[in-house]
Design a protein around this ligand. Structure first.
Ligand code: F6P
Length: 342
């Protein structure tokens, strides 16, 4: 059997571990794997090559994706779906493993309904896919962001400043919330809860009154101010899935905080450092378990499914359910985090 594998959307630590596991498990079953280049772009353009055991040796420890990735949406291309189906057929592929987040797996779900034999692996540092406890890459991104937020305390303290840290997270504040709690942020802003800038300033002023002359604020790039109900971004540019390019909230917030508190305030953007570099042990093992489970699903003929982690068990769920709605931070958890503000 010939199995294709692709990675789509933003890269995330753990992708290579999953790719290697697909190759190892498929080879063990006597099957052959083909790596598709740059996500859906590779299937649109027929760019793929065989992946043997030698080409994936040791890659579970490497960040990024050896296959390359893109945010190409075949449904935005002329005759995109037709091209994908034709190239799949002419390459002699019989099944496809798509590794991605809501956009990549949203496309996988549509293609699956139109006859493509496909299984999904959840990947996004944002951790916002439904029906799984963890998406590949989230755990590493949280560790990186938490270490950065923790580290910023010493410089903020030395200069008696406020530092606003911009953390990735478009619709969901999982990274910001967990990294903010773990890294000791004094205020956390997430997309799920509109923020009041006066409230942020008040909390920071109260710290000052208590003799704490510095603060660190963690803000998700997708957090929205109450009064504007709009994303604070530097550009309104959109990608092929219609998402505005985020970035800019830390700078905007720093200005407002400085105005209201009179404290020197600086912005730090963690950006792509959060998903760069090697995966941590959790994401390596999760990638390996997901990759093996995806090939098992194919062997059982269970297409249109996504592998998922529930508790400690790897299960599978319909792709449709996984991409149907986003898994966001609930108010209860945010209330818990609020206990630690200030
Ligand atoms: O893949 C998710 C994500 O990391 C988001 O958290 C972030 O908003 C976006 O990707 C950044 O996209 P790009 O890599 O295209 O700048």
């Amino acid at each position: 059997m010939k199995i294709g594998v692709l990675t789509g959307g933003g890269d995330a630590p753990g992708l290579n571990a999953a790719i290697r596991a697909v190759v190892v498990k498929a080879t063990d079953c006597g099957d052959q794997v083909f790596g598709i280049k740059d996500g859906w772009a590779g299937l649109l353009e027929g760019r793929l090559e065989p992946l043997g055991l030698d080409s994936v040796e040791d890659i579970e420890m490497e960040g990024g994706t050896i296959l390359g990735t893109s945010r190409t949406n075949p449904y935005k291309e002329e005759k995109g779906e037709e091209k994908v189906l034709d190239n799949f057929k002419s390459a002699g592929l019989e099944a496809l493993v798509a590794i991605g987040g809501e956009d990549t797996l949203g496309v996988a779900n549509k293609l699956s309904k139109n006859g493509l034999k496909i299984v999904g692996i959840p990947k996004t540092i944002d951790n916002d896919l439904s029906e799984t406890d963890y998406c590949l890459g989230f755990h590493t991104a949280v560790s990186r962001a938490a270490a950065a937020i923790e580290g910023l305390h010493t410089t903020a303290r030395s200069h008696h400043r406020v530092l606003v840290v911009e953390v990735m997270g478009r619709h969901a504040g999982w990274i910001t919330l967990e990294a903010g709690l773990a890294g000791g942020a004094h205020f956390i802003l997430i997309p799920e809860v509109e923020f009041d800038i006066e409230e942020v300033a008040d909390v920071l002023k109260k710290r000052e009154e208590k003799g704490k002359l510095y603060s660190v604020v963690a803000a998700a790039e997708g957090a929205k101010p109450k009064e504007e109900k709009e994303l604070l971004t530097q550009t309104k540019e959109k990608d092929a899935f219609g998402h505005i390019r985020l970035g800019g909230i830390a700078k905007a917030l720093a200005k407002e905080i400085e105005k209201r508190t009179g404290k020197e305030t600086r912005a730090t953007v963690l950006g792509h450092t959060q998903r760069a570099g090697p995966p941590n042990a959790f994401d390596r093992v999760l990638g390996i378990r997901y990759g093996v489970a995806a090939v098992q699903l194919i062997k059982e003929g269970k297409f249109g499914q996504m592998v998922s982690l529930k508790g400690t068990k790897i299960l599978s769920v319909p792709l449709e359910k996984a991409v149907g709605r986003l898994r966001t931070v609930d108010r209860e958890l945010y209330q818990l985090a609020k206990l630690f503000f200030g």
